[in-house]
Design a protein around this ligand. Structure first.
Ligand SMILES: C[S@@+](CC[C@H](N)C(=O)[O-])C[C@H]1O[C@@H](n2cnc3c(N)ncnc32)[C@H](O)[C@@H]1O
Length: 230
C-alpha cells in the first residue's frame, strides 16, 4: 500500500506539480526546488542499495563524476581510497556535498566543472565512479571519453546508472517524455543506452548487471551497474 501511494504521489509531482512550477518560474524552480528534489530522490532506499553494491569497490585516487549532493561519500572505504576528486557543475549541490564530506575520514577535492572537460591529467586516476549521472550530462559520450583519458591503464570505471529499458513499452514512455522530463529534472534523459555509451568510449565492460529498481517507476528505474576496464 505504501509503495502504491508513493508511486501515485511521485507521478503527480513528475507529471503535474513540478512542470507547473518549472514552466511558471524557471529560476525559482532551478535554484530553490530542483537541488532538494535531486538530493531527496537520489537518496531513496533502492538507490542506496545500488550505491552499496558499487561504491565500496573504489580504490586509490578516485574521480567521482557528478558527485551531486555527496550521497556516495558514506560508502567509500577510507582504508582503500587515498583521494577523491568530485566533479560537478552545480554550486548548490556542491554545498550539500561539502557538508556531508566533513563527516567522513576522506580527502575530497570538489571541482566545480563539467565532466565533458575534466581538469585533470591523462592517466592520473585509479577509479572513476559514476552513479545516476550519465543521464544528466548533456554530452555523456564526451564525458566518458574524458574519463577514459584520465584513467590509468590499470584503472577501473565503476558505474550504476539508469537508462533505456529493453522493454518496448517502457522505452516508448522513456522516449515520449523527452519533450518535458529533462526540463524538470536538471537535464535527466531517461532513455540513454548506458552500455553502448561506455563501450563507445573504448571501455571493456567486465561486469554488467541490470534490473528494474523496486518501488520505482519503470521508466526511471531500469538500472545498469558494473565495472569496466581501459
Ligand atoms: C541525478 S544527480 C546524481 C548525483 C550523484 N551522482 C548521485 O549519485 O547522487 C545528477 C548529477 O549530474 C550532475 N551533472 C549535470 N551535468 C553535468 C556535467 N556536465 N558534468 C558533470 N556532472 C553533471 C548534476 O549536477 C547532478 O549532480
Amino acid at each position: 500500500m505504501k509503495k502504491i501511494i508513493y508511486l501515485i504521489l511521485s507521478n503527480l509531482f513528475i507529471f503535474i506539480i513540478y512542470p507547473i512550477i518549472r514552466f511558471t518560474n524557471k529560476k525559482f524552480y532551478e535554484k530553490k526546488i530542483l537541488p532538494s528534489v535531486i538530493n531527496s530522490t537520489c537518496n531513496s532506499r533502492p538507490i542506496q542499495y545500488q550505491r552499496k553494491k558499487v561504491v565500496p569497490k573504489a580504490f586509490g585516487i578516485v574521480l567521482e563524476i557528478g558527485i551531486g549532493s555527496g550521497h556516495n561519500l558514506k560508502y567509500y572505504e577510507p582504508s582503500k581510497v587515498t583521494k577523491i576528486y568530485g566533479v560537478d557543475p552545480s554550486n548548490e549541490l556542491n554545498k550539500l556535498a561539502k557538508d556531508k564530506a566533513s563527516k567522513y575520514n576522506l580527502d575530497v577535492d570538489f571541482i566545480v566543472s563539467s565532466a565533458e572537460e575534466i581538469p585533470l591529467d591523462d592517466n592520473s586516476i585509479d577509479t572513476a565512479v559514476t552513479t545516476f549521472t550519465l543521464c544528466s550530462i548533456p554530452d555523456s559520450q564526451k564525458a566518458l571519453n574524458e574519463i577514459y583519458r584520465v584513467l590509468k591503464p590499470s584503472g577501473k570505471l565503476i558505474f550504476s546508472e539508469h537508462g533505456l529499458s529493453p522493454d518496448k513499452f517502457v522505452a516508448n514512455i522513456q522516449n515520449g517524455i523527452e519533450f518535458f522530463y529533462p526540463k524538470i529534472s536538471g537535464g535527466c534523459h531517461a532513455n540513454k543506452d548506458i552500455p553502448n555509451l561506455i563501450t563507445n568510449a573504448k571501455f571493456n565492460i567486465d561486469n554488467l548487471e541490470t534490473m528494474y529498481l523496486p518501488g520505482t517507476q519503470k521508466f526511471l528505474g531500469y538500472n545498469f551497474w558494473g565495472t569496466a576496464n581501459k
